[in-house]
Design a binder for this molecule. Structure first.
Ligand SMILES: Cc1cc2nc3c(=O)[nH]c(=O)nc-3n(C[C@H](O)[C@H](O)[C@H](O)COP(=O)(O)O)c2cc1C
Length: 309
């Protein structure tokens, strides 16, 4: 079994990837998407999203980070993929699932699920451009508003030569509405032979086992569940008691320090609040600290509060 941290734009940033991979259980990360339009990206731009490329493509605890590309033009995607591979990316992932209207308006993300032949062209061009040995993978949703082309899209990804497919078991219209449609995962599993990673609504260690049983797939990608319960991946693998809020607190402080080292200090409290805002669903004890942090903008005061609570 491999457990993969999902790409989450604006949420799972390099600092959080560092903390979460140090906590254990994560075998691989996929970074949030890098948008490809009609030109070659600069190294500086790519490194802003995936600074791990400067450290062998791995988080400080040694977990590889694949770079995800989002776009619609096969030639541009392929050229950028080759460039990013030359920067040392341990893998290139292609995004066929982003539901954001601005992204979809430009022909990227989930809208491609209406055009399996375009998906095939993108995967094939990218696979050809990236040196053998560096995996080219793809992440899809089930479709746009229905599942009429689900299997065709999965087949297009395989026929294009992808090394792996990840399926988030929802259509674009489903948004993030629960429950994810795990029942579709086994149907896709039956029509493709490439390695398949399953994704959607894994919140507990039991969910982690259940999605594997229902789908017949070994490997699981988890997004929001790990944000809420940072020890979730370790517990899916090893079981055991959940970490207490008290034990988690120093990790949250570490995260804040990493943020302050990486971004303008005035922006760090906002990022921290975003994580804590989600964690308080799993850790009611975090609620009080979250409330006191809500109005605090001074990083020094935030740090003091975190260290002291
Ligand atoms: C805030 C946020 C940002 C996301 N950004 C991306 C992204 O950049 N690329 C991508 O393929 N999926 C993205 N996703 C989708 C997740 O990778 C994942 O497929 C989805 O959250 C379902 O998994 P989960 O139920 O484990 O969270 C994002 C999801 C969220 C909540």
């Amino acid at each position: 079994m491999r457990l993969i941290l999902a790409p989450m734009e604006g949420l799972a940033d390099p600092s959080l990837r560092d903390i979460l991979t140090r906590l254990g259980g994560i075998d691989l990360c996929v970074a949030e998407f890098v948008r490809v339009t009609n030109h070659l990206l600069t190294e500086k731009f790519v490194l802003r999203t995936v600074p791990e490329l400067d450290h062998g493509g791995c988080t400080p605890s040694g977990v590889p980070v694949r770079v995800q590309l989002l776009g619609s033009d096969p030639v541009c995607l392929a050229e950028n993929a080759a460039f990013i591979a030359s920067l040392g990316a341990p893998g290139i992932d292609l995004n066929f699932g982003c539901p954001a209207p601005t992204v979809n308006r430009h022909g990227g993300g989930a809208v491609l699920l209406a055009f399996p032949e375009q998906i095939h062209a993108i995967v094939a061009a990218t696979r050809r451009a990236v040196p053998e040995g560096i995996p080219v993978t793809a992440k899809m949703r089930l479709g746009l508003s229905d599942t009429s082309l689900t299997l065709e899209c999965a087949r297009a990804i395989e026929a294009g030569g992808a090394d792996e497919i990840t399926v988030h078991a929802r259509t674009r219209s489903d948004g993030y509405r629960p429950p994810a449609r795990w029942e579709w995962l086994s149907q896709i599993r039956e029509v493709v032979t490439l390695p398949m990673v399953v994704n959607g609504d894994v919140w507990t260690p039991e969910d982690g086992q259940n999605i594997r049983r229902v789908s017949g797939c070994e490997d699981v990608m988890v997004g929001r569940g790990v944000i809420l319960r940072p020890d979730l991946m370790r517990r899916i693998k090893e079981g055991g008691e959940a970490m207490s809020w008290e034990a988690l607190r120093p990790w949250v402080l570490d995260y804040f320090d990493l943020l302050c080292a990486r971004m303008e200090h005035r922006h760090a409290p906002g990022r921290l609040k975003q994580w804590m805002g989600m964690m308080r669903a799993a850790y009611p004890e975090a609620q009080e600290q979250y409330q006191s942090l809500r109005t605090e903008r001074d990083p020094a005061a935030v740090r003091k509060m975190l260290a002291g609570f």
